[in-house]
Design a protein around this ligand. Structure first.
Ligand SMILES: NC(=O)c1ccc[n+]([C@@H]2O[C@H](COP(=O)([O-])OP(=O)(O)OC[C@H]3O[C@@H](n4cnc5c(N)ncnc54)[C@H](OP(=O)(O)O)[C@@H]3O)[C@@H](O)[C@H]2O)c1
Length: 242
């Protein structure tokens, strides 16, 4: 734990596995207070138990698409005395395998947007009063937001919407740092769902994207779009995957 970070608080959504858990582990090691969520109670509790060895951790099971759950996160933020960072990391892929747009079930399409676009903005709105001066918001997006990969029309267009709302939010709020961040391909459950028949063991672990996120949370970079691993390489802090 470092003295500098020990009074900082972050909300990380979707921190029971994958990138969210990898980031939570790093911030816990630096003494941040963490407010974390995920829908699955068991995996979240296991993450909380592990992270609590290093830091104060408030784990609130729930769905970011649920307004009551977002209020619970805001209440925890108030009790913690405000937050220095909100990391909108929780996200859904949609069906696996992903259907092409002409066949995409619209009820599922709306559900993907509720999770990946509406929920991050709603959480920012709900937490607005709890954001400390110079607070950072990281909205985790994807290269699928900008590349026309066939089959990625639901998830990809939701991430494109998240990117542009981040872009405009930053323009409207110069006092905030709003980062939209592509973490790169990572060996996680979501990635396996996206490529159900592929061996994904050659993809980097999410830990390799964490130093880039850490630079955004603790450095002085302006609002904008970043690629986490490119940023990590630029600041020379890339850590080896464990
Ligand atoms: N993996 C990649 O290659 C890749 C590439 C580009 C961008 N990304 C982005 O990186 C971020 C992290 O992805 P990941 O690969 O680490 O995914 P992951 O391994 O599937 O983890 C997702 C986490 O979010 C939680 N979650 C999902 N939906 C939620 C909801 N509605 N409410 C609360 N928690 C929810 C999951 O737990 P529960 O399921 O229990 O809720 C889990 O903790 C996502 O924004 C993703 O779009 C990933």
């Amino acid at each position: 734990m470092t003295g500098e970070s020990s009074d900082r608080t972050a909300i990380i959504t979707g921190a029971s596995r994958g990138l969210g858990l990898a980031l939570a582990r790093t911030l816990a090691g630096e003494g941040w207070t963490l407010i974390i969520d995920a829908r699955g109670k068991e995996a979240l509790e296991s993450a909380r138990a592990e992270l609590s060895r290093d830091a104060r951790v408030i784990a609130i099971p729930g769905d970011v698409a649920d307004p009551e759950h977002r209020e619970d996160l805001a209440e925890a933020a108030r009790e913690a005395g405000g937050v220095d960072a909100l990391v909108n990391n929780a996200s859904v892929l949609g069906p696996s395998p992903q259907p092409e747009l002409l066949d995409y079930p619209l009820d599922v399409f709306e559900q993907v947007y509720r999770n990946n676009v509406v929920a991050p903005l709603a959480l920012i709105q709900t937490l607005h009063g709890e954001l400390k001066p110079q607070a950072r918001i990281i909205n985790v997006t994807s290269d699928a937001a900008v590349e026309p990969y066939e089959g990625w029309g639901g998830y990809g267009s939701s991430k494109a919407a998240l990117e542009q709302l981040s872009n405009i939010l930053a323009a409207e709020n110069p006092g905030l740092r709003v980062y939209r961040v592509d973490p790169g391909d990572m060996r996680t459950q979501m990635h396996q769902e996206a490529f159900p028949d592929e061996d994904i063991s050659d993809r980097p672990l999410p830990e390799e994207s964490v130093p880039g996120l850490l630079e955004l949370l603790t450095g002085d970079l302006p609002s904008g779009r970043y690629e986490a691993r490119v940023l990590a390489a630029r600041v020379g802090t890339t850590t080896a995957a464990s």
